[in-house]
Ligand binder design. Structure first.
Ligand code: IPE
Ligand code: IPE
Ligand code: MG
Length: 251
């Protein structure tokens, strides 16, 4: 049947991608891990183009977890440099494509220069209204939740908030993702089937897809393929569809 790529009829509002497999990609070619990360930047450009073309409104890319600080110092350094270079170099081009950039993650770890660079790309692209590109960098979902709990608890302790006002909405609003929609579709490349501390609260009803392809090989065509997989999914959110309810009642 296969709807072609111009006729995907159910486009997710928010796609989130755990970009995994750069190290293995490099190793397979006898290269340094760093070169896998470098090649992965091209995949980022491809998925941004494909997201804009398909009318996806939010694209979140998991680029660096808080756990990744534990990698060898040379690799961490290389990723930091690559991130900075990319963020500095791509602002204009992204703005032209109508892409607004947001960085998701704690900024306390970064030097003043890096924070300034992050603020610059956010402001240069602030008017973008076709796609919001969220780069999760120094992100940890558990830490995000812990900080939200602290924030809510201190508001309650200060008498600014009643215990009954702690709702799912107020918890969502205290997270770093406060003004983002939950991800509809989470893709993790390289065949690994885990979240690795990514959007745990927000993913409660996300659809998941784990293609074998390594991140540097994930291109526009792979993104379109993923959207076709999503379009086939039946999201029920705990409810029953008309057809199912008939079956249950044996009609
Ligand atoms: C993903 O690729 C990029 C980051 C985590 C920064 P990896 O570096 O995890 O690649 P593999 O999983 O070792 O192949
Ligand atoms: C998850 O990948 C983090 C990012 C893609 C940024 P990892 O490669 O760090 O995760 P694990 O160690 O395989 O769970
Ligand atoms: Mg990995």
């Amino acid at each position: 049947m296969g709807a072609d790529m111009n006729s995907i009829n159910k486009i997710p509002t928010h796609v989130a991608i755990i970009m995994d497999g750069n190290g293995r990609w490099a190793k397979q070619r006898g290269m340094e891990r760093y070169e896998g990360h470098l090649a992965g930047v091209e995949s980022v450009r491809s998925v941004v183009r494909a997201a804009v073309r398909n009318g996806v409104k939010w694209l979140t890319l998991y680029a660096f977890s808080t756990e990744n600080w534990g990698r060898p110092v040379q690799e961490v350094e290389a990723i930091m440099q690559l991130f900075c270079r990319t963020v500095i170099g791509e602002g204009e081009e992204l703005a032209q494509q109508g892409v607004r950039v947001k960085i998701l993650g704690e900024r306390t770890h970064f030097s003043a220069a890096v924070v300034e660079m992050i603020e610059r790309i956010e402001s240069v692209t602030a008017a973008g209204d076709r796609l919001t590109l969220v780069l999760a960098f120094n992100y940890s979902s558990r830490r995000e939740m812990m900080l939200a709990v602290r924030d809510i608890a201190s508001r309650v302790a200060a008498g600014e908030m009643a215990v009954e006002d702690i709702t799912e909405q107020s918890i969502s609003g205290a997270l770093m993702t406060a003004n983002m929609p939950d991800p509809d579709f989470i893709i993790r490349t390289s065949g690994e089937c885990r979240l690795s501390n990514f959007l745990l609260w927000q993913a409660s009803y996300s659809e998941f897809y784990f293609p074998e392809v390594l991140w540097p090989d994930f291109d526009e065509e792979e993104f379109d393929k993923a959207l076709r997989v999503y379009a086939e999914r039946d999201r029920r959110f705990g409810l029953v569809t008309e057809d199912n309810s008939n079956e249950i009642h044996g009609q």
